[in-house]
Ligand binder design. Structure first.
Ligand code: SF4
Length: 347
């Protein structure tokens, strides 16, 4: 451990000031913070909150219901990332729908869905497009390629989200944010300076133990000064301008809209929808889907956990009814979900 990291570790471990709430908003941070045992080294007055950084965790129940409707009632082939298949909908998950005859194809990239549709012209293929700024460009490219190739059996059910308005919605839940390293490679840093103007503080950080500890130490020292702040503690990867080309791809295919976040509700301007020029590839329009809120299990406390109002083990279902093998809520499904990480590393 070099001298700078050692100093950061001492600042964090010896902190004895007012109680601090620091929220990470990246599923990989959530996982790494648990895995590296960083929570155990924190003093009691530093409270780390696992916010809404896992895309699977924040995708609402109504979206899963729509995907199941497409599979069972419209006989579409659903192309999805693996984690989403086990997320409970109102009545069942996609995995359970598969047992009822739904055709579900696991993909590793949105491009796989486009390729699948090209080679299965007798199937109506729907890509489940979820995720934040890092995964959205690939979904936009798949939609763009489908239009370019006049691929009429391909569409996307879009629930992509952007983070900037989520910070505004959650600003009373945290004293400072650990901003996500991956998302920031796309957004760049200006959004954080704008948030700073709104009184919201945070630092961008990477995913190693030294990087996370350094970021926590910076937050502690900056909060002591009492002024809103932003610092990029991950400059070897995150450039100030982010990725203008990735943002351009997104802007060419999608536009901002309001979006429901599981457990949090509607956050104005935090979602993306397919632009009119690509509406033939919008599964909601193509199949006339009705917007539905869905019915999450009322006992599940994912929303409280994502807002930092309780810890996973305070949920009465945690580890008893709800386990990674039998998840009741989305936060127990993905490795990046806080309930799943807590179950794996803290039990
Ligand atoms: S333990 Fe399960 S039921 Fe409880 S909040 Fe987490 S995901 Fe929901």
């Amino acid at each position: 451990m070099n001298e700078q990291v050692l100093k950061a570790k001492q600042i964090v471990e010896n902190y004895d000031g007012r109680p601090l709430r620091i929220m990470e908003v990246c599923g990989t941070h959530t996982h790494e913070i648990f895995r590296l045992g960083i929570r155990q080294m924190l003093p009691e007055n530093i409270h780390l909150i696992s916010g809404p950084g896992c895309p699977v965790c924040v995708t609402p129940v109504g979206y899963i219901d729509q995907a199941i409707d497409l599979a069972l009632n419209h006989h579409c082939t659903i192309c999805t990332f693996g984690d989403l298949i086990r997320v409970p909908g109102s009545d069942m998950s996609l995995q359970q729908a598969r047992a009822k005859g739904a055709k579900i194809v696991m993909i590793y990239s949105p491009t796989d869905a486009f390729t699948y549709a090209q080679s299965h012209l007798d199937e109506d293929v729907v890509l489940l497009a979820v995720g934040f700024e890092t995964t959205t460009p690939a979904s936009c490219m798949a939609i763009r390629d489908a239009k370019k190739n006049n691929l009429t059996n391909f569409s996307a059910l879009v629930a992509n989200k952007t983070m900037d308005n989520a910070y505004l919605a959650l600003k009373d839940s945290a004293d400072a944010f650990l901003y996500p390293g991956h998302v920031s490679t796309i957004t760049g840093c200006q959004i954080y300076r704008d948030l700073c103007e709104e009184g919201i503080s945070g630092v961008v950080t990477g995913f190693t133990g030294p990087e996370i500890l350094t970021a926590l130490a910076v937050i502690i020292k900056k909060l002591e000064k009492g002024q809103p702040f932003f610092m990029n503690c991950y400059p070897r990867v995150v450039r100030d301008e982010g990725s203008p080309s990735a943002r351009k791809i997104i802007a060419s295919v999608m536009e901002p809209c309001d979006s429901i976040w599981r457990g949090i509700g509607n956050i104005p301007g935090s979602g993306l929808q397919i632009k009119a020029a690509y509406q033939d590839f919008d599964a909601r329009k193509k199949y006339g889907l009705e917007n539905t809120q869905g019915h999450p299990n009322p006992a599940c406390r994912c929303g409280d956990i994502l807002r930092g109002d309780c810890m996973p083990n305070e949920c009465p279902l945690f580890g008893k009814v709800c386990t990674p093998e039998h998840p009741v809520g989305a936060c127990m499904v993905s490795n990046e979900g806080s309930c799943s990480a807590f179950y794996k590393y803290m039990e």
